[in-house]
Design a protein around this ligand. Structure first.
Ligand SMILES: Cc1cc2nc3c(=O)[nH]c(=O)nc-3n(C[C@H](O)[C@H](O)[C@H](O)COP(=O)(O)OP(=O)(O)OC[C@H]3O[C@@H](n4cnc5c(N)ncnc54)[C@H](O)[C@@H]3O)c2cc1C
Length: 400
């Protein structure tokens, strides 16, 4: 296979943002190809079809152009009409699909990008071939590239227990696109697995649809993410250069202090840390990364996400009326009776009968990355073995 140039695998936001910035720097677009099943710039987050699913940050934080941070907010103010729910006390939180429309308009405005070859397929394998790479696609064809950018993003969720079950309209394994609520009866007893942002999206859309059945949310920590406050002026903090895991953690702790995370000042300080956290993380050695992930990965997952006010408000309202319950436990399996009732088993031995189960347990494992680690195309991370090893510039490392 003759390498054709740069191939971007994945057609979500990262692919679109990369292309926009390459074009803005005057890069030649000949020989650039995008591979991905969805329209460029949509992906798992913004390709959703549900108007209740909103951005979880205010408009001016959705920045494609760091030199013009208000670009999306200005576009939205001009181009989005009739979204009366967007404005809140702490900023405008638009629908996720509106952000996809914005990215599409940015692409359309640049002829070199609008006409790029886009192969609407998924890559299933990558192997070395001469000076380049062969990319196998799920339609059975193969294409070549001299360089590849992996922009495969968030892998679709799997059920958070070993015995996987078939998807049905009432067993929703992948809720991200929001195409499931219309299949669920308004009085259905619903179990939501997980208590993160996707769970809040699910609850928000159910409330909007006047769902009147009982909703039980099951999560190991039993905590909802904090709601976004109107923090401002989060200036980028410089991280210490040569620290181990303990120094990394101490710097974070010292920065956020003892303030609760619902507080505007906590959120401002946390955001100051985030600008350069990736670079600081890449400077840690693999053993320290593994140690931090094992001990504090769960806390990082909770702390870095904050809910939009609309979704958070819905959850609060349903908790107040008693329609929503939060159970601190872990789902260990689901069986379905002959009359279609789902029996949801929990780690403590408790069981819930549900008419529908929505899996909001987070991203699964990336099948392409798993494949190239298994077949030795890419080297594994030394301690977190299901992840690839990367250089400080986020390049994969060849296994050989
Ligand atoms: C449900 C959800 C909501 C989110 N909401 C927000 C938000 O409001 N604000 C925010 O800033 N961030 C949000 N995020 C974070 C968000 O993921 C990132 O901001 C951004 O969407 C990441 O873009 P991406 O291109 O890396 O990944 P994705 O958006 O996941 O796109 C990856 C694309 O690659 C494709 N792909 C995957 N594997 C292959 C393959 N083997 N071959 C070809 N194509 C492949 C996928 O189909 C997908 O189209 C959200 C994430 C999720 C999951």
């Amino acid at each position: 296979m003759t390498p054709s140039g740069l191939c971007i695998i994945g057609s979500g936001y990262s692919a679109a943002a990369l292309l926009l910035h390459l074009e803005a720097r005057g890069a030649k677009m000949d020989g650039v190809t995008v591979i991905g099943p969805q329209a460029l710039g949509t992906g798992q987050a913004f390709g959703c079809v549900n108007d209740d699913f909103r951005l979880n940050v205010r408009a001016e934080l959705m920045q494609v152009w760091p030199d013009d941070p208000g670009h999306f907010a200005n576009w939205a103010a001009t181009n989005i009409a009739g979204d009366r729910e967007a404005d809140t006390d702490v900023g405008a939180f638009y629908r996720r699909r509106d952000f996809a429309s914005y990215i599409a308009s940015e692409i359309r405005a640049r002829p070199a990008l609008a006409s790029l070859p886009h192969i609407k397929a998924s890559a299933v394998n990558i192997s070395a071939s001469g000076d380049g790479w062969d990319i196998e696609l799920d339609d059975g064809s193969t294409t070549g590239a001299s360089r590849i950018v992996l922009a495969t993003g968030n892998p679709p969720p799997v059920w958070p227990f070993r015995e996987q079950i078939a998807d049905t309209p009432s067993l929703v394994r992948v809720p991200w696109l929001g195409d499931w609520p219309e299949n669920i009866d308004g009085g259905a007893r619903i179990v939501v697995i997980g208590s993160g942002l996707t769970a809040l999206d699910a609850i928000h859309t159910l409330r909007h649809r006047q769902h009147h059945g009982r909703i039980t949310l099951v999560a190991p920590d039993g905590m909802l993410p904090p709601v976004q406050t109107g923090w401002r002026d989060a200036d980028a903090l410089e991280w210490p250069q040569d620290v181990r895991a303990s120094g990394f953690l101490k710097f974070m702790r010292d920065t956020v202090g003892d303030i609760p995370w619902e507080d505007t000042e906590w959120q401002r300080r946390f955001e100051s840390l985030r600008y350069h956290i990736s670079a600081a993380w890449q400077r840690l050695d693999a053993a320290d990364q593994g140690r931090l992930m094992r001990r504090f990965g769960w806390l990082w997952s909770l702390a870095r996400f904050r809910a939009g006010p609309q979704a958070f408000g819905s959850a609060q309202m349903l908790l107040d009326t008693g329609q929503l319950d939060i159970v601190t436990d872990m789902v260990t399996g689901i069986t379905t009776t002959s009359d279609g009732v789902h029996e949801v088993g929990l780690a403590t031995g408790a069981r819930f009968s549900a008419d529908a189960v929505i899996n909001c347990s987070g991203a699964g494992r990336d099948p392409l990355i798993t494949r190239i680690l298994d077949n030795g195309t890419a080297a594994r991370h030394q301690t977190v073995r299901h992840r690839p090893a990367m250089t400080s510039e986020l390049a994969l490392i060849r296994a050989d």
